[in-house]
Structures are given as C-alpha cells and as structure tokens.
Write a protein that binds this ligand. Structure first.
Ligand code: E4P
Length: 218
C-alpha cells in the first residue's frame, strides 16, 4: 500500500518526505486554511517536495465551474490531481476532465455505490472517509473493505485512497484489506513511527556501546 500525507503544512511534508516513505499528498480546503500563503504556491512547493500525485480540491459547485477550476489546478504541475466532491455535478465534471487526461480524486465517499459511480465516471482515485464514518457510529473500516472488494474485480483502474485516517490501526487495516493508498495526517505518521520498546531498546544499546568503549579506553 502506498503512503500519502494528508496535510498542506510544508514543514511536515518536508520532514516526513525526508523519511523516504511518501508517494503522494492530499490536501483539502480545511487543511489549506490552516497554513499561510497562496494556494497555488503551496501546491507548487508540495510538488517539489514529493514526486507523486498531489490532490488539490476544487471549491466550485456547478459542473462548468468545477471543470474550469479543475483545468486551472491541473495546469499548475503535472502531478496535480483534481479533487472533486461526490455529487452528480462532481461525477459529470470528472468524466469531462478524465476524457481530457486530467486525473480526478473523488472525495467525500461513504458508500460502495458512491465508489462505483466514481470509478465509472473515470475517477483515477476514490477517497472513502473512514474516520468521519466512524464518528457517526458506522464502521468506517468495514465500509472501506466493501469498497476495495467491490472495485477489485471491476474493469476500472481506480485506486482506493483510505482517507480520514485517525490512527495507525486504520492504516494497518487498510493495508490488510488491500486498499491501494492511505493518506495519513502527520500526527499519525509519528504515532506509526514510535514504540516505547523501540525507544527503550535504542537507549540500552547506546548505553551498552558507550560502556564497552569506556572499558576499551582503560
Ligand atoms: C482526504 O483527502 C481528506 O483530506 C481527509 O482525509 C479528511 O479527513 P478528516 O476527517 O481528518 O478531515
């Protein structure tokens, strides 16, 4: 499973890209609202930091405006993927953009039928929101599993992006069920990295190496 980062924070992207684990980036208007700077400049810098798909979300809600905004975003960099919301207008705009070779990430997907519609419209990526589905008392991971299973035998090449990830367990389970991608907030990357026994082990090995060096120096 490929790992994307779900943020518009350039410092976080640069740091975690430095781990060598990132294959893409997703942003949304809320994430962009948390950082300073012009959106287009941020997208350009993100594309310099990570060599992979970078989702930039359209805010227009009418088909024609979505297409226009999507084309403008796609022109920023060849790695930009246009993010469109799941809706009749979004599906229609996706089919037009896809026919022109522009990749679309269909976002705010909560059911397998929505995912099938996204795939049929030509979306390159579909983003089921696991955490937000959990928040309203549903089983986000089970929904993700059904979407992965439903799209797997289909004739579409649509990749499933596990979105709205809230913790390392979401990532592990998404990988186990065969999701193509998980887009992960920076905080969750750090949770994935750390374990108290790893930290304790490093401390012990360092102390033992120092002790050996001290004995040899006597
Ligand atoms: C996906 O592309 C979205 O940006 C994101 O995963 C939304 O998740 P949230 O529930 O953390 O806002």
């Amino acid at each position: 499973m490929k790992l994307f980062i779900d943020t518009a924070d350039l410092a976080d992207i640069e740091t975690i890209a430095g781990w060598g684990v990132l294959q893409g980036v997703t942003t949304n208007p809320t994430l962009l609202g948390k950082v300073e700077g012009e959106a287009d400049d941020i997208y350009r810098r993100v594309c310099e930091l990570v060599d992979g798909p970078v989702s930039a979300e359209v805010v227009a809600d009418a088909r024609g405006d979505m297409i226009e905004e999507g084309k403008r975003l796609a022109a920023i960099h060849e790695n930009i993927v246009v993010k469109l919301p799941m809706s009749a207008e979004g599906l229609s705009a996706t089919s037009t953009l896809a026919a022109e070779g522009i990749r679309v990430n269909m976002t705010l997907v909560f059911t397998p039928p929505q995912a099938l519609l996204a795939a049929a419209s030509g979306a390159a990526f579909v983003s089921p929101f696991v955490g937000r589905f959990d928040d309203i008392g549903h089983d986000g991971l089970e929904c993700l599993r059904t979407i992965v299973e439903a799209l797997e035998p289909s004739m579409y090449d649509t990749e499933v992006i596990t979105a709205s990830v809230r913790g390392p367990l979401h990532v592990t389970e998404a990988a186990r069920m065969g999701a193509h991608i998980a887009t992960i907030p920076p905080k969750v990357f750090y949770q994935m990295l750390q374990h108290p026994l790893t930290a304790a082990g490093i401390e012990t090995f360092t102390a033992d190496a120092e002790a050996r060096k001290a004995r040899a120096a006597k």
